[in-house]
Design a protein around this ligand. Structure first.
Ligand code: GUN
Ligand code: FE
Length: 452
């Protein structure tokens, strides 16, 4: 018995339902309804626990997971470039502006070939599910057919997904071989894709959702940006884009508009509660206030940022300002498909920002003290934090949330994690899993109560 629709599961759970708070419960009893949502979570100390456990046992609907294995919420990856999957781990040697023109646009242009697109997208979605990514936010390409296949594949493989047709029409930044024919083309192509996802048979519950996706301000004309802003409002759908990622990118937008990315996006109606801003490394305090007021969220991509952003995202400052933040792999800007690798990179990046990196400076002026985060906060970003950015009820074990979960087995021969009951507290176990677990430890992954 592995699918859990209408069933219950008894397991140790580890989760961070709020930022920084670790919830570790042995023998937690989770009940899942026929629609794949959690209908009850009972802890051994809760009233009615023993009776409920007896009942599901008698009814033969209990999956009892072995002690020493751990159930954690599935990961929410807020920023993935699906077409860049074949480029993972390559082409990390040049700045963003050259990387786009030399490597990335030529690769993305190939997705006019639907057979190529299907092969790559199927492999990507399978790999992400195996890595525990139960919710994924994707940039596609400019191509209608390839984007549709990406939506079909996510739907068929059961991954929760938000997907956008990339809009890019500016002749100055987009090569003639890879750009929308006009601003109108960017807008109508986006609108067609939104309609396609909305009428995908079997997708009535909206497990796959569309997003308005201006690649970034430099690649879009003002006409495209304003039309896309109107479209996002009309269709009430998600928006995703890159924001103030690198010195070059941030400076380019300042020079073109005399404003920051955040202000430009706001002016064009692209900053809403449903907006996901990738990176946002160079945003000012005023930008952060604007993002918080709009209710938009940030996809923090710590691994990618080491290669392309010239700076560390001010995560602590964003959290203190109540900006919603989750994590993104930014495949292939970041060379890993694992959101846990990005948890670890977020911890390392925040620590580097905290104490600084130049030993030639005095310790007191080397970093920004107070910037560090711990494993609990990183794990929150990868799960409940990302879910909250999207306003999707997942990322935590709570009544009413989708049962999207990973079973972690530390005791696999090829990826062992040493855990010792006498040496490790519950906090230690959680920290060891966040710092060490890999895909090899994920023995099962569920989306909506079904094994994927
Ligand atoms: N800015 C515009 N396009 C991209 C992209 O594909 N990756 C990253 N990291 N930044 C971008
Ligand atoms: Fe990106």
């Amino acid at each position: 018995m592995t699918d859990l629709l209408g069933k219950s599961v008894l397991s140790t759970i580890i989760q961070t339902p709020t930022c920084g708070a670790l919830d570790f419960v042995e023998r937690a009893l989770l009940s899942i309804d026929d629609a794949g949502k959690i209908s009850a979570l009972l802890r051994p100390a809760d009233e009615g626990y023993a009776e409920a456990l007896d009942q599901v046992r008698q009814n033969g609907i209990l999956l009892e997971l072995p002690a020493g294995q751990y159930l954690i919420p599935g990961f929410v990856d807020l920023h993935i470039h699906a077409p860049q999957w074949p480029q993972l781990g390559k082409a990390l040697d040049v700045p963003l502006e050259d990387w786009l023109q030399e490597y990335t646009f030529p690769l993305e242009a190939r997705y006019g070939d639907v057979v190529f697109a299907e092969r790559i997208y199927a492999d990507l979605v399978k790999t992400l599910l195996a890595n525990g990514t139960t919710t994924a936010v994707y940039f596609g390409t400019i191509h209608q057919e390839a984007n549709r296949r990406l939506a079909d594949i996510c739907h068929a493989l059961g991954q929760r997904a938000v997907i956008g047709k990339v809009a890019m029409d500016h002749p100055e930044q987009c090569p003639s071989y890879y750009r929308d024919a006009s601003a109108q083309d960017s807008i109508s192509g986006t609108s067609d894709f939104i309609d396609y996802v909305g009428s995908l048979p079997g997708n009535e519950d909206g497990r796959v959702l569309p997003a308005v996706t201006p690649r970034f301000v430099p690649s879009c004309s003002g006409r495209a940006l304003s039309g896309l802003g109107r479209l996002a409002e009309d269709k009430d759908c998600h928006v995703q884009t890159h924001c103030s990622e690198s010195d070059w990118e941030h400076g380019h937008v300042l020079a073109r508009f005399g404003k920051t990315d955040t202000q430009v996006l706001s002016d064009f109606g692209l900053l809403s509660r449903k907006t996901v801003l990738a990176h946002s490394n160079h945003i000012s305090d005023a930008d952060m206030d604007l993002i918080r007021q709009a209710g938009s969220g940030v996809a923090h991509c710590p691994l990618s940022n080491f290669f392309f952003s010239d700076a560390v995202f001010p995560l602590r400052r964003a959290l203190e300002k109540s900006v919603r933040v989750g994590l993104g792999t930014d495949i292939s800007g970041g060379p890993s498909a694992s959101l846990l690798d990005n948890c670890r990179a977020a911890i390392v990046a925040a620590r580097a920002l905290d104490h600084g990196v130049d030993a030639g400076l005095q310790p007191s002026s080397r970093g920004i003290a107070g910037s560090r985060i711990d494993f609990r906060e990183a794990f929150y970003l990868a799960t409940a934090g990302g879910a909250d950015v999207l306003d999707i009820p997942t990322g935590r074990f709570e009544t009413g949330c989708h049962f999207d979960a990973i079973l972690v087995d530390p005791d696999v021969e090829t990826a062992p994690i040493f855990i010792d009951a006498g040496l490790d507290s519950p906090d230690d176990i959680a920290q060891k899993l966040v710092m060490q677990a890999t895909r090899g430890n994920f023995s099962r992954v569920w989306v909506n109560g079904v094994v994927r």
